[in-house]
Design a protein around this ligand. Structure first.
Ligand code: NAD
Length: 306
């Protein structure tokens, strides 16, 4: 079964380069009308020009597709609102939003200015929040939507020199978790990508001999799947070099400490057991943890919960 986006409108932010460009071209190839958003700045977010987005639009048009260029800065809500308004005026709906735009301002935390921290949060996290806010009512009203966040292994697992970027990228996972719950009733599915690709963002971070394996096109199928009608929701797909994996947050069964032993010394003594991953499980809402803890405590204390 082939995945198509005929009559669907897709917004890809940061689509003039790297991963976003690859996603935009593939959506167009599969029949979507694509808003190619890009501020056109440099890797650290400085400067800007609409030319790069226009060149992707002309590639799409030359291949017989439909697209419009947009130069909004995703960190500026008014500009994002105008982008969505223009897409709605021209095409009447927005089915898919891929929050992909991003910048880097790497430094160790000791050397990082707070301004570099805030700027990275502003583009990655607030940029995604702004774009999502601007399409949310439309998706709710049409009872259909697909939103893809672009997270990163740096956020999920950590990476030296990227406290700002890591905080933003893990923030997007939290944003996704709750948005997916709130969107369920309206058939809005929200997922996240953790990509690895050779782009201008990573060309000097990755060894040259592996760059050839890491084409952005090897990541895009995960985004197309997460944006498709049959998409799952609240999932994180890691993708790179043609490898696709699901990232899962799990919690250990935990240890109950009775009131007489409930102190830091007993936590320290039980640490090995607390950290033991045997029998760990995935929880899919915050309330599930509350229930799990209450049930465990009640069972240990011989109390009925109902
Ligand atoms: P890239 O620099 O090639 O592309 C990012 C694009 O975003 C650029 O075209 C840039 O102009 C645009 N952009 C930046 N700030 C913007 C703003 N405020 N408004 C609109 N557009 C803006 O980098 P990439 O590697 O293709 O990165 C794409 C996404 O993937 C980013 O969110 C990045 O953090 C994420 N990511 C990439 C990798 C990787 O290995 N390349 C790994 C993990 C996550």
């Amino acid at each position: 079964m082939s995945i198509r986006f005929d009559d669907q409108v897709v917004i890809v932010t940061g689509a003039a380069n790297g991963l976003g460009k690859s996603h935009a071209l593939e959506f167009a190839r599969r029949g979507a009308r694509v808003v190619v958003n890009d501020l056109g700045g440099s890797r650290d977010g400085s400067g800007g020009s609409g030319e790069a987005a226009e060149s992707v639009v002309s590639d799409i048009e030359q291949a017989g597709g439909e697209a419009m260029a947009n130069g909004a800065n995703v960190a500026d809500y008014a500009q994002v609102e105008t982008m969505v308004k223009e897409a709605l005026e021209r095409w009447g709906r927005v089915d898919v939003l891929v929050n992909n735009a991003g910048i880097l301002r790497d430094k160790t935390f000791a050397k990082m200015e707070l301004d570099d921290f805030k700027r990275v949060l502003d583009v990655h996290l607030m940029g995604a929040v702004n774009c999502t806010k601007a399409v949310w009512e439309t998706m709710r009203a049409q009872e259909y939507g697909r939103i893809v966040m672009t997270s990163s292994s740096s956020g999920i697992y950590g990476n030296f020199g990227q406290t700002n970027y890591s905080a933003a990228k893990m923030g997007l996972i939290g944003f996704m978790n709750t948005l997916a719950i709130e969107g369920q009733k309206y058939a809005i599915k929200v997922n996240s990508l953790a990509p690895i690709a050779a782009t201008r963002m990573t060309e000097d971070l990755l060894p040259p001999n592996v760059l050839g394996l890491l084409q952005p096109e090897a990541v895009t199928p995960a985004v197309i799947f997460m944006a498709s009608e049959g998409a799952p929701t609240r999932q994180i797909i890691a993708a790179g070099a043609g490898v696709f994996a699901r990232v899962v947050v799990q919690e250990t069964p935990g240890v109950f400490l009775p009131p007489e032993n409930r102190d830091a010394e007993h936590v320290a003594a039980a640490w090995e057991q607390i950290a033991n991953t045997d029998g760990q499980s995935e929880l899919t809402a915050g309330g599930d943890q509350t229930m799990k803890f209450l049930q465990k405590a009640a069972a240990e204390l011989g109390i009925r919960l109902d």
